[in-house]
Design a protein around this ligand. Structure first.
Ligand code: FES
Ligand SMILES: [Fe+2]
Length: 400
């Protein structure tokens, strides 16, 4: 990938690189201090699912899209949080989010077309397809057909209902519940600098996939928070490129940033000066609590949102982001092949298939809980974060 900057990495990322060097040169794996168990009900229980909905998905900033998915003068429908929402970007570049619900009789203003994942529609206004009420991309009601027949109803009370929305590092964050503004940079707890150094904002969308699978959303999160399984589950696909369970991990509030060591780090380690060099040594992986991953493969990025339509279901939204200098037609066969390998083979046939198989076995009574060892401390940390958010002792940074 091309490098946007040759500036040294931010201190917290430089520290991770230093720890990666230490781990590979000494052969000592970094790990947690204790083992743990995640209760089965956290993956199956309807009451627990409702608590997650109320305390996490309804309250926390959630990544709705990469910044490039909503160009100036466009609107992107987004419904993964269980209510219809629309993300807009006005001509001045500002992003906003509203309920995708007309103030007349409630029709959706922008809808995804066909079975493909939703794409932004280029537009200057939002025109309701039912009776034509028209709103600006700032949510203001601009026009009502036969407005005189609505005498006594003040148009100033009929602007779209706005939702908190903020952008940082190349990501658009939204909240499902109306409320005060928040800072996306504050929410990211220092990881925005990592994303800037890696050049996330400059990436472009190549392909997106949006599917529902029969597994609790946290089973897929768990799979991406430990490198312990790579040697066995991914033996024939990506393990030939990775070292066995050498991962260094940074805690950034409830978020995590990891470097998953590749074999190259053991063969020829040189302090990386840019993103390309770093991605040859390790796979940087940011987990943005509670449900988003960024995975930096050697030449592209996976942005993955794991949503929770029901206790036994995950809605998997994987966006493949490619570098801006490789978007030409001649690159398409390369990216198609790459996408097939990673999404259709590694993710669908290995990681997601495993989550689905685990979900089926949860009701067997074989296990009272799922065990995690000290190489899986990132998994335990994630579940502690969920427990704390549900208990009200963990709230998002960047508010107020
Ligand atoms: S419901 Fe939107 S104009 Fe009537
Ligand atoms: Fe995996």
């Amino acid at each position: 990938m091309t490098q946007q900057t040759s500036a040294p990495p931010p201190a917290t990322l430089a520290d991770l690189i230093h720890r990666l060097d230490h781990a590979r040169s000494t052969g000592e794996r970094e790990m947690g201090t204790e083992t743990g168990t995640v209760p089965l009900g956290h993956y199956t229980d309807r009451h627990h699912w409702q608590q997650e909905q109320d305390m996490l998905f309804a309250q926390w900033p959630i990544v709705a899209a990469h910044s490039s998915e909503v160009p100036a003068g466009s609107a992107l429908p987004f419904d993964a949080l269980g209510v219809p929402m629309v993300v807009t970007r006005s001509g001045d570049g500002r992003v906003r989010t509203f309920f995708n619900v007309c103030r007349h009789r409630g029709m959706a203003l922008v809808q995804a077309e066909g079975p493909e994942p939703a794409k932004a529609k280029s537009c200057k206004t939002l025109v309701c397809p039912y009776h034509g009420w028209t709103y600006g991309l700032d949510g203001h009601l601009r026009h009502r057909l036969h407005a005189e027949t609505f005498d006594g109803i003040d148009p100033a009370t009929l602007h779209l209902v706005e939702l908190p929305c903020a952008e940082a590092g190349g990501l658009i964050f939204v909240k499902r519940t109306p409320g005060p503004a928040f800072s996306a940079a504050g929410f990211l707890r220092g990881l925005e600098e990592h994303l800037q150094w890696l050049g996330l904002a400059d990436m472009k969308v190549f392909r997106k996939i949006d599917r529902v699978y029969a597994a609790n959303w946290k089973l897929t999160v768990d799979a991406f928070l430990e490198g312990y399984h790579i040697r066995v589950l991914h033996r024939d696909t990506i393990y030939p490129f990775f070292a066995d369970a050498y991962t260094v991990n940074l805690d950034a509030g409830p978020h995590q940033d990891s470097l998953v060591a590749r074999r190259r780090a053991f063969e020829a380690f040189e302090t990386p000066r840019d993103r390309d060099a770093l991605c040859k040594l390790a796979t940087p992986t940011q987990f943005l609590f509670p449900n988003t991953f960024l995975i930096w493969h050697p030449d592209y990025v996976s942005l993955i949102g794991m949503f929770s339509p029901a206790a036994g279901e995950v809605r998997w939204m994987h966006t493949m982001l490619i570098p801006p200098d490789r978007t030409g037609d001649d690159w398409i066969p390369h990216w198609e092949k790459t996408f097939r390998l990673i999404e259709e083979t590694v993710f669908q046939k290995e990681d997601i298939a495993t989550a689905v198989a685990i979900q089926r076995g949860l009701h067997s009574g074989a296990n009272a809980g799922l065990q995690a060892g000290r190489l899986e401390h990132g998994v335990l940390r994630f579940h502690r974060g969920i427990d704390a958010a549900i208990g009200g002792t963990l709230v998002p940074a960047g508010e107020g």
